[in-house]
Structures are given as C-alpha cells and as structure tokens.
Write a protein that binds this ligand. Structure first.
Ligand SMILES: Cc1cc2nc3c(=O)[nH]c(=O)nc-3n(C[C@H](O)[C@H](O)[C@H](O)COP(=O)(O)OP(=O)(O)OC[C@H]3O[C@@H](n4cnc5c(N)ncnc54)[C@H](O)[C@@H]3O)c2cc1C
Length: 444
C-alpha cells in the first residue's frame, strides 16, 4: 500500500508510534480530540501491526486465529472496512488429555461423565474443596483450582493449555494475568452455566447462537482490509510513514522530536503503541528489572489432503504433549486451493527452542500419535513472531506499569498490546483501551 511520506518541516499536533489497531484507533481519537495533523510511524512495512497474513499459490494463512465481530467499536472509527470482511461461522473443538476431540472449552460428557462414577465423585469433592477452602490465591494454578477443582483442571487439560499459552507452568503465571485473561473461565464455571451445560449434554441440544456476526479478514489480506481506514485517516489529516527506521526520541521543551533514519519529526504530543522495552530504549530510559517476558509464536503454514480428524475450523491442544497450541483451518472460510485444505498451526517458541524445524517435527509427531491429519501434509511456509503477547510471570505486571510510568513522566503516552503490555485478545479490547487511555490527559 503506497503511503505518503511525512513532511518534517512542520510541527505536527501528534506523532503515533505503531500502525497496529492501537495506533490506527489512537490516530482517529486524536483527530476527534482536535488534532489536525497526526503522523503515524511504523517500522513494519504494513498497517495492522501483528495482524499479518501470508499468501502462496492460492493458499492464505494468518499468524493467529483472527476473528472479528460486526459490533466491534473498531467499526465506529472505521465503518468503511465492514463490507470488506468475510462473514464466518467459527466453531471450536479441543484435543483433550485422553486423546479425544471434544467440546471447547469443556465437555461435561467427555471430561466428567466419561471418567466413571468414582472419578466423578473425586472431581466433585475437589471442586467443592476449591470453592469452600479459603486459601490465598497467588498464581494461575490457584485461580483455576479455586474455580474448578484440581482434579478437573488436570483431567480437562486446562493446566496444560495454560502452560502452552504462556510458555510457563501455571504456578509461575501471575494471578493478575489469570484474573484478566481467564475471566471467561470464571463465567463458564458459574453455577448456572455449569447447570446449563449438564442439561445440554443430557438433551444433546446445541450452543445458543451468538448475537453478533463473526467475521474473518478478506481473502486478499489485511492490506486490502485496512486500506479504506488508511484512506479515511489520510483524508482527515493523518500522514503515514511505514517501514521507518526509528532511531531516537528526544524532548525539546514542550515538543517531542522523533529521529528516524532520514529526518527529525516534531510534534506536541507523542503516543506509543510499540513494545515497551523498545520505547524506553528510544527515549534513552532504563528498563526496570530487565526486558519484559513475551511469547515468541511460531506459525506453521500447512496445506493438506486427507482425513484431518476434526470437524470445526479451530482445534485447541489441551493434551499433555505437543508444543502446538491451536490449529486454524482457513480453507473452511476461504475454500480449498487446488483441492487442498490449508491451515496454520501455532506453536509456542519456547517449547521448541524457537526453531521452525523442531516445531514442525513436534507437530507431526503429536498429530500422528493422536490420529490427526492423516494424509498428505505439506509445510508451505512459516513465521516467527517475537513479542506476540506478554507473559505475566510474577512481578512482570508491576514492572510493566513502572515502565509505563517512566514513559509518562517523560511525556510519552504508551498503550496497546505492546505499549501497555496487555494481553488484549481482540481488536475490540484494543480499541476500547486506546479510547480510554487517550481520555487521560498527558503529563505537562
Ligand atoms: C496470535 C494472535 C492472535 C490474535 N487473535 C485475535 C482474534 O482472534 N481477534 C482479534 O480481534 N484480534 C486478535 N489478535 C489481535 C490482538 O490481540 C490485538 O487486537 C491487536 O493486534 C493489538 O494491536 P496493537 O496495535 O496494540 O499491537 P500490535 O499489533 O501487536 O503491535 C503494534 C506495533 O508494535 C510494533 N511491534 C509489534 N511487534 C513487534 C516486534 N516483534 N518487533 C518490533 N516491533 C514490534 C509494530 O510497530 C506494531 O505495529 C491476535 C493477535 C495475535 C498476535
């Protein structure tokens, strides 16, 4: 996508670092707040940040499993992108520790009733103990065991999944992370929800339909999806400089100077959505306690012909073995290419030494052992993404907040998945967070 270069001779009202969802929404909010000239700079060559797609020979993959909704507040800022999405009906399954493909996130039938009367009684006892015994919760293990009981966490594979999600055992994952990232678990484990599930498993009735339309990006990719948003921002006074090498950020009285490879850009306000450590480094500030831990995500792009062994387009790995976290079959949404299905397998880098070859070996071995993807499975490409999302080891939440405070004292407003060191699972969450963060006035 061709974007105009920024004019360095004029002082801008604001500079935004990063053109991901948080950066695009920030630019839109700044315009609403009265800015007339906003510069958006990104070291990436594209807008959309870590919304990244790959295309080859008619196949098209994402680096994550990206699903959007037609009632997202992102569309209030950029209504012109709505017609470019593809409506989809996502469905999820999971591979449980017993090697069964079953309901996501839990199945009363397969996780509880199939365990037999004695184990059912043990799980009930452990769940009651979890709820009744008041013990101080310190980490993600305590959080889940309080909600569901230790035996159920083990049998359902939830503990294995959490370990895969974060690259850490649940006892090393901060309670704060569990409380925000696993809030859905608390909702699912509410007594009425559990009763409804038991009832559904007995009557065989399906999940109720959701009220909003679920969407995927267009087959043409994120560049095509976000192009109208860029056009609309540009028409309102936003200038983009993508693929820009950021060198330094300085304060000059009331102004901020951003030194890039070829120019010095000046603005009255500075918003950052790039990784916190990187922003601190650009400002010449110290990172408190060393670099913040983040997940490196390896995406393996496969094409396939044969019996895949699961029906829904998304399959989570809750089993004990295997470094892969999730499979997303994009051919279910965009149609097969040359008679072949295609999907991404997400693998947590830390479990395979951040190496694509080891990730592929581990994936193939684990799928074979569980009767998945039996047939002609071809690796077509891969992507390694550092800073995919933050890991909340104990204390890292506080270190992140201290980093944001230091940047704020410098005058820079840091927000978003990278800039706020927040998990932010959806574009909806990123939009709301950016809107709220920019309502708070910057330090003088
Ligand atoms: C695996 C995965 C799955 C996701 N699934 C969904 C989903 O189903 N639905 C949904 O709505 N959203 C999903 N998201 C999107 C995500 O949760 C947020 O909505 C959004 O991408 C956050 O935007 P951001 O601008 O804050 O940060 P990002 O897009 O992460 O990054 C902002 C900027 O930081 C800089 N940056 C980022 N990483 C690096 C790096 N490694 N090195 C240097 N600079 C970097 C770049 O300048 C980038 O533009 C997913 C994201 C990932 C990674």
């Amino acid at each position: 996508m061709a974007t105009p270069a920024c004019d360095p001779t004029q002082v801008a009202d604001a500079i935004v670092l990063g053109a991901g969802i948080s950066g695009l929404v920030s630019a839109s909010v700044l315009l609403q707040q009265g800015s007339r000239r906003v510069l958006v700079l990104d070291e990436y060559e594209h807008v959309g940040g870590n919304h990244i797609d790959r295309t080859k020979d008619g196949y098209t993959w994402d680096i994550g499993s990206l699903i959007f909704q037609d009632d997202s507040p992102l569309l209030t800022h950029f209504p012109e992108i709505l017609p470019r999405y593809v409506p989809i009906e996502p469905a999820w399954a999971r591979l449980n520790p017993q090697g069964l493909v079953t309901h996501y996130p839990f199945s009363i039938r397969d996780d509880v009733l199939a365990a037999g009367a004695l184990e059912c009684a043990r799980m009930a006892g452990s769940a009651a103990r979890g709820r009744l015994v008041q013990r101080q919760q310190r980490n993600a293990r305590d959080f889940t065991e309080h909600l569901l009981g230790a035996r159920f966490v083990q049998r359902s594979g939830l503990g294995h999944y959490m370990e895969r999600l974060c690259g850490l055992p649940p006892e090393d994952i901060d309670l704060e992370f569990a409380q925000t990232r696993l809030q859905w678990l608390a909702d699912q484990a509410g007594i009425f929800n559990l009763l409804r599930r038991v009832l559904r498993s007995r009557t065989g009735s399906p999940e109720p339909p959701s009220h909003n339309q679920q969407l995927a990006r267009p087959r043409e990719g994120y560049g095509y999806l976000y192009e109208p948003a860029v056009r609309s921002l540009a028409a309102r006074g936003v200038e983009f400089a993508l693929g820009t090498d950021l060198r330094e950020v300085r304060r000059n009285g009331e102004l901020f100077e951003v030194q890039t490879k070829g120019a010095t850009l000046t603005a009255r306000r500075l918003v950052s959505t790039i990784p916190l450590d990187r922003a601190l480094d650009l400002c010449g500030l110290e990172v408190p306690g060393g670099p913040l831990p983040t997940v490196t995500l390896i995406s393996l792009f496969f094409s396939f012909r044969g019996d895949r062994g699961f029906v829904p387009p998304i399959l989570y790995n809750f089993s004990r073995e295997g470094a892969w976290k999730r499979i997303t079959a994009y051919s279910d949404w965009y149609g097969p290419a040359d008679g072949r299905e295609y999907f991404t397998a997400e693998v947590i880098g830390e479990r395979v030494g951040d190496a694509v070859e080891a990730a592929e070996r581990d994936f193939r071995r684990h799928c074979r052992a569980n009767g998945l993807l039996i047939g002609d499975l071809r690796l077509e490409g891969s992507n390694v993404l550092t800073h995919a999302y933050p890991i909340y080891t104990r204390g890292s939440g506080e270190r992140a907040r201290e980093s944001v405070r230091r940047l704020r004292a410098f005058g820079l407003e840091s927000l978003g998945r990278q800039g706020g060191f927040q998990y932010q699972p959806t574009a909806r969450a990123s939009t709301v967070e950016a809107e709220q963060a920019l309502q708070r006035a910057p330090e003088a």
